[in-house]
Write a protein that binds this ligand. Structure first.
Ligand code: UT7
Length: 318
């Protein structure tokens, strides 16, 4: 046994920041950003934090699933921009929802949702859980250097959540990691130890865009093909691919290369949200479901990549 998806939800803060607004304080333009990335606007927290976003997304997913917080047996959260290093985001969500189950956060950069689903499948296989909440939530705006036009234009804030129950709809998966802090890293706050004499790296997103781009296209194609092979499913039987929303060009390039599936099945909402890291996959999946384009029984491939370096893909039945 693995799991079935009982409900999904997402939440984004109401404040919209367009590319034009960014160009009022950065040397950039709507033309550059939309041509190179496909992003037109993103949501940004003004008073909210990653906990607030996660709680809202979770409430919507629980509502959709018809599951009460007290029924949950585990909460898993993924974030790189949570309110605290500790307590874990999952514990803060548990308190706010009024749940009582064990909670933990998982860190696998932008691939974390795929890693969390694999963890979830393990819990279901051991039959130690019957209902689980899995959330990706990010306040990326608090860990961006807003003077660095090469990174701050790419990201946005938001959250997405899934409620999982017992079932057999997690069909195949593949996960990879290759330790590397040169391509993507987010250093933690260094503190003010009077003894520490090492280097201080600013606590913002650092990224080598071109290296990330090359890595992303390579792994997303490899992982999707691999997961289809493992499941013994033909690309033409896949209804949707929901890829991590990092750059429209990456999604298009992957769509062109995974010929058996076809690029028109690659869902993309990056124009409105930018890269919301851990939230990107569940947010996109929920938008797709809400739009009525996803029917019960549809086969969906999820694929992500990011800091770690890490990547992964899975095949689910909706
Ligand atoms: O979840 C994490 C995953 N992250 C990603 O997947 C990011 C992957 N990488 C990318 O999406 C792209 O590499 C970027 C969108 C980040 C950059 O696009 P690029 O085509 O690789 O541009 P570039 O870094 O080669 O920069 C080209 C030029 C440079 O100017 P020069 O040196 O040619 O004069 C940059 O300084 O564009 C300049 N530039 C900008 N210009 C206007 C960089 N950022 C901006 C900007 N506005 N925001």
């Amino acid at each position: 046994m693995s799991f079935s998806i009982l409900g999904s939800g997402h939440y984004v803060p109401p404040r919209v920041v367009t590319n034009d607004e960014l160009s009022t304080f950065l040397d950039t333009s709507d033309a550059w950003i939309s041509e190179r990335t496909g992003i037109r606007e993103r949501r940004v927290c003004v008073t909210e934090n990653a906990t607030d976003l996660a709680v809202e997304a979770a409430k919507r997913a629980l509502d959709k699933a018809g599951v009460a917080p007290e029924e949950l047996d585990l909460i898993l959260c993924g974030t790189v921009s949570g309110q605290y290093v500790n307590p874990p985001l999952a514990c803060m969500v548990q308190e706010r929802l009024g749940a009582t189950c064990p909670c933990l956060d998982v860190n696998a950069g932008c691939s974390v949702f795929l890693y969390m689903l694999e963890c979830a499948a393990g819990y279901f296989a051991r039959r130690t859980v019957k209902k689980m909440l899995v959330i990706g939530s990010e306040q990326m705006s608090r860990i961006l250097d807003w003077t660095d036009r090469s990174t701050c234009i790419l990201f946005g804030d938001g959250a997405g959540a899934l409620v999982l129950g017992e079932g057999d709809d997690y069909l195949a998966s593949t996960l990879y990691a290759k330790g590397d802090d040169r391509v993507i890293r987010i250093p933690t706050h260094i503190g003010n130890s009077p003894f520490y004499q090492g280097e201080q790296d600013s606590p913002y997103v650092h990224m080598n865009g071109q290296e990330t781009y090359k890595f992303a296209v390579h792994v997303i194609v490899r992982d999707i093909e691999e997961v289809l092979r493992k499941a013994g499913v033909a690309g033409e039987d896949v209804r949707w691919v929901v890829p991590h929303q990092a750059n429209r060009r990456i999604i298009d390039a992957a769509g062109r290369r995974v010929k058996s599936v076809g690029g028109d099945k690659f869902f993309c909402n990056i124009d409105r949200y930018g890269n919301t890291s851990a939230a990107s996959i569940p947010l996109a999946l929920d938008e797709l479901a809400q739009s009525g384009q996803l029917q019960k029984g549809d086969l969906v491939v999820l694929a992500a990549f990011g800091g770690g370096l890490s990547s992964g893909a899975c095949l689910i039945r909706w």
